[in-house]
Ligand binder design. Structure first.
Ligand code: PLP
Length: 426
């Protein structure tokens, strides 16, 4: 088809430009709100794609960014270091589950996971027992680069790139009541082949549809990995920084992964930065007089000082403010509202994981490409609320500064939306 004369050269992410409405310009943001140039406010109920934790333009983080930008903007990180990176790495090791001793910086969730996969394979190769097989969960999402797409579920998102993707062993999602099947499949996979690593999104699969699973199952996976000498990679890019009710989701299972991926909320959602933490053993496997055992990875902006300063300011907020209390309050606000919605039979699979609430609108054709998604989004925007359903799955993932009144607005819009979408009208 011929495309209309473009108004803008910008190509937007996950956007079908032939059908999408014109993008909404945002000129400012504060707390839980985005502001258009005309001064209209939009309640950011998805934390601008899951990144903003405390709120937009948090004064402490903004001040740290400003201060660092005037001191040191950027420096090559091979052979050089700086205080923001050193302090941030130390703080991350202190806060993370015990046993994670080293921090590798990069700049997005995808690169954090790519680094994790490369660390895992490097560990095995450098140990002289090459293992390359990766095990991942059904419905997983780990990013949009070729390696992370390989670990992620296959579908319409990556069909064009299928020939480039490497093969992984897929185990079923541990849905409530079917956990044993997952564990059995994992055990069988570990016995069938020497497995390098299992990669999971702990407690809740995000882009796969906000699918919740149990901490006990994660603990059991840890035991299976230990039995078969398999590395466990926890992709906490979305679940980290309080989203699931604890600082990191792994805490709820009482486990330490061998590799932990962090991004999104690492800077409170203010600047792109990611960190991949690993055990002493993985670092040690790359520590050698043999230069061929070097961990060969870098991005130009590895540990950018301004981003690291934003990360440190975020950690300062976690230390100085009652963030976990806010998270607990937000979780109980969701719980009460979800309980009220439970009786509404236009919704199914009402679920929650900490500060994340999700429910499926009953429609004839479900899935990401379901028509319901864009129509719902348009409806919510007409109410001044940013929600971006995954197909017919509506989820709320607001910044922690959201108030009870604001959340009530979101829930009444959700209840009103069902009528609008099911009737096909506006
Ligand atoms: C968002 C996400 C990623 C990718 O992060 P980007 O910063 O978008 O590259 C990876 N894993 C999970 C679980 C995510 O939610």
């Amino acid at each position: 088809m011929t495309s209309p004369a473009p108004h803008s050269p910008v190509w937007h992410p996950f956007t079908q430009h032939a059908t999408a409405p014109a993008p909404i310009e945002i000129a400012g943001a504060q707390g839980a709100y985005l502001r258009t140039p005309e001064g209209d406010l939009i309640l950011d109920a998805i934390s601008s794609w899951w990144v903003v934790t405390h709120g937009h333009c948090h004064p402490g983080i903004v001040a740290a960014i400003r201060e660092q930008a005037e001191k040191l903007d950027q420096v090559i990180f091979a052979g050089f270091t700086h205080e923001p990176a050193e302090k941030l790495a130390r703080a991350l090791v202190e806060m993370a589950p015990p046993g994670l001793a080293h921090v590798f910086f990069s700049d997005s969730g995808s690169t954090a996971v790519e680094v994790a996969l490369k660390m895992a394979l490097g560990y095995w190769r450098n140990s002289g027992v090459p293992r390359t097989r990766v095990v991942a969960l059904e419905h997983a999402y780990h990013g949009d680069t070729v390696g992370t797409m390989s670990a992620g579920a296959r579908g319409v998102f990556n069909a064009s790139y299928e020939p480039l993707l490497f093969d992984v062993t897929r185990v079923p999602f541990p849905a409530a009541g079917a956990e044993q099947e997952t564990l059995d499949a994992l055990e069988a996979a570990c016995k069938a082949d020497p497995v390098a690593a299992l990669i999971v999104e702990p407690l809740i699969l995000g882009a796969g549809g906000m699918l919740v699973w149990k901490a006990e199952t994660l603990a059991e996976m840890r035991r299976i990995c230990d039995r078969h000498d398999v590395l466990l990679i926890a992709d906490e890019v979305m679940t980290g920084w309080g989203r699931t009710g604890t600082l990191f989701a792994c805490e709820q299972a009482g486990i330490t992964p061998d590799i932990l991926c962090l991004a999104k909320g690492l800077t409170g959602g203010h600047l792109p930065l990611a960190a991949t933490l690993c055990s002493e053993a993985i670092f040690h496997a790359h520590y050698s007089l043999d230069r061929a055992k070097t961990f060969f990875h870098s991005s130009s902006y590895t540990a950018n000082p301004i981003a690291c300063a934003a990360g440190l300011a975020n950690i300062g907020i976690w230390r100085d403010e009652p963030v976990l209390e806010r998270v607990a309050n937000l979780a109980s606000m969701h719980e009460r509202r979800l309980a009220a919605i439970g009786g509404d039979d236009t919704f199914a699979n009402v679920r929650q994981c900490g500060t994340i609430a999700a429910l499926d609108l009953k429609v004839e054709y479900a899935g990401y490409l379901a028509n319901a998604g864009p129509r719902l989004m348009e409806f919510f925007l007409s109410k001044g609320i940013l929600l971006r359903p995954l197909g017919n799955t509506i989820y709320v993932m607001a910044p922690y500064c959201v108030t009870l009144e604001e959340l009530d607005r979101v829930y009444s819009a959700i209840r009103a939306a069902s009528a609008v979408v099911l009737s096909g009208g506006r």
